[in-house]
Design a protein around this ligand. Structure first.
Ligand code: ADP
Ligand code: MG
Length: 563
């Protein structure tokens, strides 16, 4: 069994192909969405998902989120005595999803298809593969998220078509234009904003509310201590305004109840600047794909934030039609990954689909250009251009610069800037050349970029017949096989919070958070519930625990939805 995983910035999901459909698999708490949050509990055990998300607020130094943004870098996160790379934090999430499937199906899982954003670079893709390895999963394939969404929507069963995938998640916005032609699916272009998502909408609401609270006389509405609660309440209000035309933002603080009424119209006004930022990436993707809005057959909505009616309205008005959204927008990518896994595992019904992807960045080398009669280093010569369909192989020739030159260093970069200084350095290769007058020795540089995002650079010197292939090993973001083996062992040795305690621990973590958040009577009430629940847990009577859990959950639901 190959599982399909959506390893998201905010939430992750796992799905398996079963009985001709992609089935999502619930986690230990019975939920499909596992927050991509990792932490340490009070016993020094690792916690992943909802428990960790609750503890982000009560134990900020022992908890971490948003690490997908650091994939492909070596940025370390300290959690208590442990130090983790982004691959390892991702691995802990993957491992938890893998175990959810193993529990549900009663068999070992060793292979996965994992989705990545279409714009992910070589280093980010490698890091994702390594995360899989560290979780004990062989990554059969990485699939681009928009391609996965298209598979979930069954676009491949509709014949030739061009469509756009609009993916607005918790912290990122991705637009991709895809084309299905002769049974071949191509991502024609991808664009986006790596710092635009639901959380930015929450921040905008918080900014508005803080203004209103200050005007109402709250002494210090901007103090960091209440920031988490403001954001949480902002998210609740934002979700609520998807169903009702007005609601009230509520906060109990300084011994009183504060409230700020909000309507859908007000929300639109607050979010306008963010909605405005959704336009540019759409235009860029259409331009890069050389396709007009009128030629798109479909627009697919992906990502939890596209549940917001005002986002849907904007999309409808931008494209002059209603987008496809009959699937849950936060589940489609995991479903598509499972479909891809099924393709891998020879399911006949979907066999005719051939998937191709695009190179998300341009890849090139440093060259010298003549500027005002003077040779100037540091210029960029793209060899593979952004958004070409992969696998791709392109060659360009360069010549020696100086008389008698004996060596040429080929420096490889990724990026779109005219100057290499602004691009990402990937690797370097020194090539010996015979001493000749400047410009007489020619080098052919061939770049081959494959479906898994791996780049091979080959430099041929026709004059000498010499050929060299570049292995980009000095990339600072990528772990060596030895490091992987060491870290795999280290992760195996970590103590993990027991699965059968997760439901109760999640409730306890929620009680602790609410105790910290609330004041006065409510706080006292929450404190009493926490004490009661701790007592019930100690008595270890299954049915008493279940009843208490249900009762307390209902009470907290009431508290959190503002009564
Ligand atoms: P990611 O792809 O970033 O991991 P998701 O696609 O799961 O994340 O999207 C998470 C975001 O979706 C959060 O910011 C959350 O507030 C938002 N979201 C989820 N449900 C709703 C809803 N009903 N209304 C508005 N936003 C929602
Ligand atoms: Mg996502």
């Amino acid at each position: 069994m190959i599982i399909g995983i959506d390893l998201g910035t905010t939430n992750s999901l796992v799905s398996v192909w079963e009985g001709e459909t992609a089935q999502l698999v619930p986690n230990a708490l019975g939920r499909m969405l596992t927050p991509s949050v990792v932490g340490l509990d009070d016993q020094g055990q690792m916690v992943v998902g909802d428990i960790a998300r609750e503890r982000l607020q009560t134990h900020p130094h022992l908890t971490t989120a948003l690490f997908k943004r650091h994939m492909g870098s070596a940025q370390a996160t300290q959690l208590g005595p442990h130090r983790f790379r982004p691959e390892e934090l991702s691995a802990l999430v993957l491992r938890s999803l893998k175990e959810d499937v193993e529990r549900a199906y009663g068999k070992a899982v060793t292979e996965a298809v994992i989705s990545v954003p279409a714009y992910f670079s070589d280093a980010q893709r490698k890091a994702t593969r390594i995360a899989g390895e560290l979780a004990g999963l062989k990554v059969e394939k990485l699939i681009n998220e928009p391609t996965a969404a298209a598979l979930a929507y069954g676009v491949h069963q509709k014949g030739d078509t061009s469509f756009l995938v609009f993916d607005l998640g918790g912290g990122t916005f991705d637009v991709s234009v895809l084309e299905l032609f002769d049974g071949v699916m191509e991502v024609r272009a991808s664009a986006g904003d790596n710092f635009l998502g639901g959380e930015d909408f929450d921040d905008a609401i918080v900014a508005h509310v803080v203004g209103a609270l200050l005007a109402q006389g709250m002494p210090d509405a901007e103090r960091p201590a209440i920031r988490h609660r403001l954001r949480r309440e902002a998210q609740r209000v934002r979700h609520a305004l998807g169903q009702q035309s007005e609601t009230v933002f509520q906060l109990s603080e300084d011994g009183r109840e504060w409230s700020v009424p909000l309507t859908q119209e007000k929300l639109l006004e607050i979010c306008e600047p963010l909605l405005e930022r959704l336009r540019a990436p759409i235009e860029r993707a259409l331009r890069d794909a050389r396709i007009k809005v009128a030629d798109l057959d479909e627009v697919l909505l992906v990502g939890g934030t596209t549940r917001m009616p005002l986002v849907r309205k904007l999309v409808a008005s931008l494209f002059g039609r209603f987008p496809s959204m009959h699937l849950n927008p936060d589940e489609v990518i995991a479903q598509g990954a499972a479909i891809q896994a099924a393709l891998k595992a020879r399911d006949a019904t979907l066999e005719e689909v051939v998937l191709t992807d695009v190179c998300p960045y341009s890849l090139g080398v440093e060259v010298s250009n003549s500027v005002a009669g003077q040779l100037q280093d540091g210029h960029y010569l793209p060899i593979i251009e952004r958004n070409c369909v992969v696998p791709v192989s392109r060659v360009k020739s360069v010549q020696t610069l100086r008389d008698g030159q004996r060596q040429v260093s080929v420096r490889i970069f990724q990026g779109e800037s005219r100057l290499v200084a602004n691009n990402i350095f990937l690797g370097e290769l020194e090539v010996d050349v015979p001493p000749r007058p400047a410009g007489e020795v020619s080098l052919d540089i061939r770049f081959t970029y494959d479906i898994n995002g791996l780049l091979e650079a080959q430099v041929d010197t026709p004059m000498t017949g010499q050929s060299r292939t570049l292995v980009i090993e000095n990339n600072p973001g990528v772990m060596t096989p030895q490091e992987i083996a060491e870290r795999f062992a280290a992760l195996q040795a970590l103590k993990i919070h027991p699965r059968d305690q997760q439901v109760n621990s999640a409730l306890m973590a929620r009680l602790e958070r609410l105790y910290q958040e609330c004041l006065g009577d409510v706080r006292e009430h929450v404190g009493a519930l926490a004490g009661h629940f701790a007592g019930v847990l100690e008595r270890q009577d299954e049915s008493e625990i279940r009843d208490a859990h249900q009762d307390i959950s209902a009470r907290l639901e009431a508290i959190e939805s503002g009564y």
